[in-house]
Design a protein around this ligand. Structure first.
Ligand code: NAP
Length: 312
């Protein structure tokens, strides 16, 4: 049989179930990928395939459109396949954690996983989003998270949990947690409390706070915040509103949108309008992807080749 050189745009659960039929003739073979819904936007294949090529590793990384109710089956099928590992993206990071056989400290702390390595049919989970976030903030804004007062929007999600934990570990100046479902932010704050018990503060506001997502509460908080992070999917659709309207933002604000796409998100446009600085999630994608590559192959990732693939 003639080998196919290219992969399908997106594989599905049915393809995973019949993997030999769906992709057995793809060359180089698919041994890595990302599960998500939506997933068409993901640029992970771009950076990981550039890294594989640069390192002369004869395999490919593909996209898998896996819905929330399909994740358990998808991971069950994956155990039986000859895969190196997988990334999980929206909305699977928290649900995926429950399916792991083992997890490292990063995944355990956040209760969320973005990188799975397969070993003897076991799923070993890690999380590279936190460190990827810190590196992205440093490279985009030449500042360290530990020196910032951070507002995190979307604190109830897998990425939000991970970024919140990373901010705590970095000992950032203060952390304001915002989430559509307030109870989830409250539960997270309870666990993070001890990290913020120390006296490191340069103002009257408490170091750790849960903030309702309403204009009055946000306005009061934003006077005591430097960095505002969007860890919700708002912005993935061009018609999405900005998580915070431009009228509440000020020129001193640094806005980091974990969402990335071909056009500037509504949140970044709001930052522009307010005279603040902003960056999208491409650099976080790059750094978390490089860390995932190192987990899978136990070697340093060729970050320049990965960056070039994103034209950053
Ligand atoms: P997730 O686990 O599904 O979490 C979604 C979070 O967003 C929750 O806090 C949820 O609030 C909130 N949310 C969802 N829809 C909302 C809406 N319409 N209005 C307000 N809040 C809403 O997803 P995730 O995996 O953390 O991913 C979140 C985003 O981060 C995605 O856009 C993803 O692309 C991005 N991301 C980017 C990178 C990167 O490298 N650049 C890495 C990781 C993630 P509730 O708790 O109330 O449901």
């Amino acid at each position: 049989m003639k080998k196919k050189k290219t992969t399908t745009e997106r594989y599905t659960l049915a393809d995973l179930e019949n993997w030999r039929e769906a992709a057995g003739d793809v060359d180089p073979p698919i041994r890595l990928g990302v599960f998500g819904d939506p997933v068409a936007h993901s640029l992970s294949p771009q950076i990981q395939n550039a890294a594989l090529k640069q390192c002369d590793i004869d395999m490919q990384y593909a996209r898998f459109h896996i819905r929330a109710n399909e994740l358990r089956s998808a991971l069950r099928f994956l155990r039986e396949l000859d895969f190196i590992g997988i990334n999980l993206t929206v909305p699977h990071k928290i649900a995926g954690f429950e399916q792991l056989d083992e997890a490292d400290n990063r995944a355990m702390r956040a209760g969320a996983v973005n990188t799975i390595r397969l070993r003897d049919k076991k799923l070993i989970g890690s999380n590279t989003d936190g460190e990827g976030f810190v590196r992205a903030i440093r490279s985009e804004f030449s500042v360290d998270v530990r020196d910032l007062r951070v507002m995190l929007i979307g604190a109830g999600g897998g990425t939000g949990h991970t970024i919140a934990w990373q901010c705590a570990l970095e000992n950032c100046e203060r952390l304001a947690l915002v989430n559509r479902t307030l109870e989830k932010a409250n539960a997270l704050a309870k666990r993070l409390g001890p990290f913020f018990a120390g006296p490191r503060v340069f103002g009257p506001a408490p170091r750790l706070e849960v903030v309702p997502w309403d204009e009055v509460a946000l306005r009061a908080q934003l006077a005591h915040v430097d960095l505002i992070v969007n860890a919700t999917p708002l912005g993935m659709n061009p018609s999405d509103p900005s998580p915070i309207p431009a009228r509440l933002l000020a020129p001193h604000h640094i806005v980091f949108d974990t969402v990335y796409g071909p056009s500037r998100t509504s949140f970044l446009r709001a930052a522009d309008e307010a005279g603040g600085r902003g960056a999208n999630g491409l650099s976080m994608l790059l750094h978390q992807g490089a860390l995932s590559f190192s987990i899978w192959f136990d070697r340093e990732a060729p970050i320049d080749a990965m960056r070039a693939a994103l034209a950053l």
